[in-house]
Structure formats: structure tokens, C-alpha cells
Design a protein around this ligand. Structure first.
Ligand code: NFS
Ligand code: SF4
Length: 675
């Protein structure tokens, strides 16, 4: 096979814009059998969901789709028309490249805000718990606290765990609001020296999360920055601020609630139980959902007294992932199909916090007995119940939510329930710590070497992170499943987060049986070695793909690639590690993607962000980024072609790494720093 410069393979999507959405009238846009079952039922009963609304929105405006509609000031909207007449620029004279880069940068600012605000909430909870102000929270994982403190240079000596937690929390708050010019601690202490140098050289190391967001909004105000490269670099800085926010969230959530270890559970709508009180936690923040989980255990008796056989918790979106990872709570479904869960008629309460909650859940709930409970000051839905959740009264609020659900269960008696009996076994809970522990059973001295050796020897083709959302532009879950099957068939070790992980979990790809069905020989042998060495710890074997948690837990995948880089003695862009958001949709996905590219990963996006309106910005994302950072975007909407492109990127990296190593050995030199 001829070797290409990595990015020449990747440049343009193989499916032209006009052909991407084949049948906008067809609302059966899912490959999840449980979702399809519910969509049939919805059609019969005239219940409207996002699938219908997606069809109703077609054809979508091409200007907006391609990112060449500007609404930054209200002289607009300005739309960029072809040619070189006055219509080819906005009223202020902004060209397509300025408009596209500003729009996409503002998405990054939005994404970084969401992730980091969630992170800030966790920091405050830990700080207040450690100060003794919160009765319902405490430091749960002291070892993790010590590890984080040591990494950021805070000595634990002579300090109680609460004193240490206060110091660590205050250091985290510094990363949000620092007014001096040192880069964020959670950035500099978690990445390679090479990345630190690169970010300093390119002036994209964030000094504070809040400031990066504010600066980017300023930079993209009318009449500030018109230079697309400068705007995109500002966006990358925000992408790294997003990374800092994610990493703080993961670290301190682990300190508060425990670092995940392998758990066995189930996924898909079949986890709902007609004879139980069904409570769905939906959103992102583990503070609320974990409290609901803890309290539910104590309230089983109350549920039984009401005639139920118990309380069935399940999750949607990333708060679901948080409680799945730490407490084995099953997954009900993922983003696109959230309304369909309510249409089963079995959900007594859906309690939501922030992000990715469709406002329409309330409208659907009103057709059933289901109650929607919002809990956060910044996230309310007209018509829904609002139980203001504050950490001081966490347990009380969680109890109130469950009591409402028990009432709901009583009201539901005599009403029809229609739960598709579809679910799959899931083995999840793979924090980096858990993965390292598995690897250590083979090599206790240098666990990560088990993984890098397998890659260098060609047993594994590399590591891929499958992450991100659902987006009905693709058939629900289809991109996730197709890419995961192709990669595992070709011996890629797949780790996964977010709604991508939930798609794979629902489809049975986190069951041990999936290894036999999908894994190539190399991956099969690797996973078998790992399972054999850990027989004493694993009651149910290993899954085909490894669930690393929620979207903020992409930080765990970053840590894995950084460990690989350090072991291989190279910078992250040389590691055979790729990322893919097969059905990306949210602003968070854009900021995560920007951070991933800055870290040096080939980063695939399977649904088009609004960027095609400027060939220049498209080129910056897919080509120039690679020259500067080693990472780049691959925009590809056909999942089979996307998998081939990801495999080619991995192949290229492994091949290059081998050549560089051989050359360095031959001439007794260091590995070169370039990629
Ligand atoms: Ni990530 Fe996770 Fe899902 Fe997308 Fe929304 S829940 S934070 S944004 S849709 S993966
Ligand atoms: Fe139009 Fe410029 Fe205003 Fe954008 S900033 S809406 S291009 S005048």
C-alpha cells in the first residue's frame, strides 16, 4: 500500500452535501431495535419526537449548514453569496472565512463554558464538603486525591484529607479565574513536555478557563478579529480550556464519588421495569444523579409499601454514564431517543440537570403520567416540576424526587405500559486506573508497556476513542456501530465515552460475547491475555470496547494517550491514537474536537459541522492544523469510509513510529520531535 502524507487521504468528505440526507421524509432513522419499536408505536399513536421534527426541518438552510450565515450583529443576518459582488461579503465586509471561523469559534466557547461550568460545580461541592459545610458529601477516594495533589505539586504531608482537598479545590478554582499569565495547572501537569512547549510557542495555552471563553467572545465580536487562522487558534485555546475543565471534572468527581472500577450492568429500554418505580436520571452532573442513586437504596422499602417490587434507576446521556461507571446503574438510552423512553409509559420521574435535555421531554411526558423534574437554576423547562437542588439539602431533594416517583407509580396502575424487551449486557467502569490495573497483571513494573508493545508489535493497530453525541443527520447509532465494528475487526483497541459509549452498550458491544463476534485476531489475543491475567478480578470477563465514562471523561482517554506517548518517548502526535465523534452534534463536541486536534490526534467527525462554506477554514482544520499541531480533523459522513480513513491514519502513525525508532537506533540519536 502506498504511504501518503496522513492528511492527503483525509481531506474531503466522500458524500457530497446534497446526498447526505437521503430520505428526509423517513422518520425511522435508527438502527437501535428498541428505538425502532418505539418509533412504530409513536407513529400509531401520533406522538411526535425529534425524528419527526428532523424530517420536518428538511431541507435545512444551506447558508447555515455551511456556516456562512452571520448573526453576530443585528445588521444581519448576512449570508455569503457566490461571486465577487457586494453580496459575497457581509454588510461589515466580513468574508466567508471570517464568518465561518467566527461561528465555529463561538461554538467552541459555548462548549468550553458548558464543560467547565459543570467542572466548577464539582470543585465547589468538593471545597464545601472539605470545609465541613456539606453533610451529604465527603472525600471518598483519598488515594485519587493524593495522586491529583502530587501531580499538581501540592504536598500531602502533615495535612488531613480535608485540608488537602481544600487546597486542591482552590488550585482548581485558580484554573478558572487566574488573572496572571501562567498556563492552567491542569493543562501543564497532565500533558507531555512536547505539548507544553508547542502550546507555549503557539500562544494557545489557556491561563484561565473563564478568560479563554471571554477572550474568544471578544475576539469574535463584530469588527475585532478578521483573520481566520488567528480566530481558529483562539478557538484551540478555548478547546484546551475545555480540556482543563473536563480534567478537573473527572479528577474531582472521582475524589468525591470514587474512581470507577469494572462493573456489570445492562443497557437499552428493556432495563425499565413495569412492576418497579422507574426513575431516569438525565443530563450531566454527577452531584445530583449520584445522590439519587445513594438515596434510592434507602427508599426501597417505601417503594415496596406502595406496591412496587422496588426502585429501578436508569440513565440517559452523560449523567447516566457517571452513575453507570461508579454504581453500575443501567443505561436506558442515549440522546436522540430520550423522548422514546417516556413513550414506554413506564417512566415515573425523569430527573434532569443540565445539557442535552430536549425541551420536548415535557410535552411528551404530558401525554403520559411521567413527571419531569428540573433541578438546576440555569436549566428549567416550562411546565416541568422544579426542585431546586443545592448541595446543602442534596439528600432531602433526592428523597423528594423519589417520593414523587413513588406517587407516579401509584398513579400509573391500570395504565398501559409498553416496554420493548430489548437490552444487552454491559461491562463498563474503565477509568485509566482500572485499565492500568488490568495491564499491571501482565507487567507490574510498566503496565502501559503491555499496550504500547502490542501496538508496536502489530498485534493491535492502535487505539481509538469513540466519543460524542447522536445527530439525526446520520441514522441514529449507525455511525457509532459501523465504525466500532470496522475498527475492532481491524484490531484497534477501542475506548469510548458519551452517547457513543451508550450506542455501543445498547448494541451489545460491551458484552464479552462481542469479542468473538467482532474482534480481529490480534485484538482477540490481546483481550484474551488481559482477561486471563485478571481472572481473579473479573467475574464476567472483558468487553469488546472499553467504556471510559461521560464526555468530561474524555480526559481519561487523553491521559491514556499521554501515558502511551511517555512510554514510547515521543509526543502525542506520534502515538497511534485517533479520536472519532461519529454523530457529533453539540457545541461541546466542537470544543472537545478542537482540544483533541491540538493534542495531536487525527480527529474524525461523522456529521458535518458548519464549516464547508469556507474552503480556507476547511483547509485549516484538515491540513494546516496537522502541520502545526500534528492533529487534524477528518470530516467524513460515510461511516465505512471514515473507518478506512481512521485505519489509514493509525497505519501511517505506526509505520512512521517504526521507521523513526529504527533510524534513531541505527544512528544512536534521539527520536526526532517532528511528526
Ligand atoms: Ni457529550 Fe454527554 Fe451525549 Fe453529546 Fe450530549 S450527553 S456531554 S454532548 S449528546 S455525547
Ligand atoms: Fe453582517 Fe458583519 Fe454583522 Fe455579521 S458582523 S451580521 S457579517 S454586518
Amino acid at each position: 500500500m502506498p504511504r501518503f502524507r496522513e492528511t492527503t487521504l483525509q481531506s474531503t468528505p466522500s458524500v457530497p452535501r446534497k446526498e447526505r440526507i437521503k430520505d428526509p421524509k423517513d422518520i425511522m432513522r435508527s438502527v437501535d431495535p428498541a428505538a425502532l419499536y418505539m418509533l412504530e408505536k409513536a407513529k400509531d399513536q401520533n406522538l411526535i419526537s425529534s425524528y419527526d421534527r428532523f424530517a420536518a426541518q428538511q431541507p435545512q438552510c444551506a447558508f447555515g449548514y455551511e456556516g456562512i450565515c452571520c448573526r453576530i450583529c443585528f445588521q444581519g443576518p448576512c449570508r455569503i453569496k457566490p461571486g465577487d459582488g457586494p453580496g459575497s461579503k457581509g454588510i461589515c465586509g466580513a468574508t466567508a472565512y471570517t464568518i465561518v471561523s467566527r461561528n465555529i469559534a463561538r461554538m467552541m466557547a459555548g462548549g468550553a463554558s458548558a464543560h467547565s461550568d459543570h467542572g466548577r460545580h464539582i470543585v465547589h461541592a468538593l471545597l464545601h464538603a472539605a470545609e465541613g459545610k456539606l453533610a451529604d458529601f465527603k472525600v471518598t477516594d483519598v488515594e485519587k486525591l493524593n495522586r491529583v495533589a502530587e501531580r499538581i505539586g501540592i504536598s500531602a504531608e502533615g495535612k488531613t484529607e480535608n485540608e488537602l482537598a481544600v487546597e486542591v479545590s482552590k488550585a482548581a478554582l485558580e484554573d478558572f479565574g487566574r488573572q496572571t499569565d501562567e498556563p492552567c495547572t491542569w493543562l501543564t501537569t497532565t500533558i507531555t513536555d512536547g505539548r507544553n512547549k508547542k502550546f507555549a510557542d503557539c500562544c494557545i495555552a489557556p491561563t484561565a478557563i473563564d478568560r479563554s471563553v471571554v477572550s474568544l467572545l471578544h475576539q469574535t465580536h463584530i469588527g475585532t478579529d478578521a483573520d481566520p487562522v488567528n480566530i481558529i487558534f483562539g478557538g484551540l485555546k478555548c478547546g484546551l480550556a475545555d480540556y482543563v475543565g473536563m480534567h478537573i471534572s473527572t479528577d474531582l468527581s472521582d475524589v468525591l464519588f470514587g474512581t470507577p472500577k469494572p462493573v456489570v450492568t445492562e443497557a437499552n429500554l428493556g432495563v425499565l421495569k413495569e412492576d418497579k418505580v422507574n426513575v431516569i436520571v438525565h443530563g450531566h452532573n454527577p452531584i445530583l444523579s449520584q445522590t439519587v442513586v445513594n438515596v434510592a437504596k434507602e427508599m426501597e422499602a417505601e417503594a415496596k409499601a406502595a406496591g412496587a417490587t422496588g426502585i429501578q434507576l436508569s440513565g440517559i446521556c452523560c449523567t447516566g454514564n457517571e452513575v453507570l461507571m461508579r454504581s453500575g446503574v443501567p443505561i436506558a438510552t442515549n440522546f436522540s431517543s430520550q423522548e422514546l423512553a417516556i413513550m414506554t409509559g413506564a417512566v415515573d420521574v425523569m430527573v434532569v440537570d443540565v445539557q442535552c435535555i430536549m425541551p420536548s421531554v415535557q410535552a411528551v411526558a404530558e401525554c403520559f403520567h411521567t413527571k419531569i423534574v428540573t433541578t438546576m437554576d440555569i436549566s428549567k423547562i416550562p411546565g416541568a416540576h422544579h426542585f431546586a437542588f443545592d448541595e446543602e439539602h442534596a439528600v432531602e431533594s433526592a428523597k423528594a424526587v423519589i417520593r414523587l416517583a413513588i406517587e407516579g407509580y401509584k398513579n400509573r396502575q391500570g395504565m398501559a405500559c409498553d416496554i420493548p424487551q430489548i437490552k444487552n449486557k454491559v461491562i463498563a467502569g474503565f477509568s485509566v486506573e482500572a485499565i492500568v490495573e488490568l495491564l499491571a497483571a501482565i507487567n507490574p513494573e510498566t503496565p502501559i508497556k503491555v499496550l504500547t508493545d502490542a501496538v508496536e508489535a502489530g498485534e493491535l493497530a492502535g487505539v481509538a476513542l469513540l466519543c460524542g453525541c447522536n445527530n439525526l443527520e446520520s441514522v441514529h447509532d449507525n455511525n457509532h456501530l459501523t465504525i466500532a465494528r470496522e475498527l475492532t475487526k481491524n484490531n484497534v483497541f477501542v475506548v469510548t465515552t458519551g452517547c457513543s459509549a451508550q450506542a455501543l452498550a445498547k448494541a451489545g458491544m460491551m458484552a464479552p460475547e462481542a469479542i468473538e463476534e467482532y474482534a480481529g485476531e490480534g485484538l482477540k489475543n490481546f483481550l484474551k491475555r488481559l482477561a486471563d491475567a485478571n481472572q481473579d478480578k473479573l467475574t464476567d470477563g472483558l468487553p469488546l470496547v472499553f467504556h471510559m465514562g461521560s464526555c468530561v471523561d474524555n480526559s481519561r482517554a487523553h491521559d491514556l494517550s499521554t501515558m502511551m506517548a511517555k512510554q514510547l518517548n515521543v509526543d502525542t502526535p506520534k502515538v497511534p491514537f485517533v479520536a472519532s465523534a461519529p454523530e457529533a452534534m453539540s457545541e461541546k463536541a466542537v470544543s472537545i474536537g478542537a482540544g483533541a486536534v491540538a493534542m495531536g490526534y487525527p480527529t474524525h467527525v461523522g456529521t458535518m459541522p458548519p464549516i464547508e462554506g469556507s474552503p480556507l477554514v476547511f483547509g485549516i482544520a484538515t491540513q494546516i492544523a496537522s502541520d502545526v499541531y500534528g492533529g487534524y480533523f477528518i470530516f467524513e459522513t460515510d461511516p465505512m469510509v471514515a473507518a478506512a480513513k481512521l485505519l489509514a491514519s493509525l497505519d501511517n502513525r505506526t509505520w512512521k513510529l517504526g521507521i523513526h525508532k529504527k533510524t534513531a537506533e541505527k544512528y544512536e540519536t534521539q527520536l526526532c520531535e517532528n511528526y
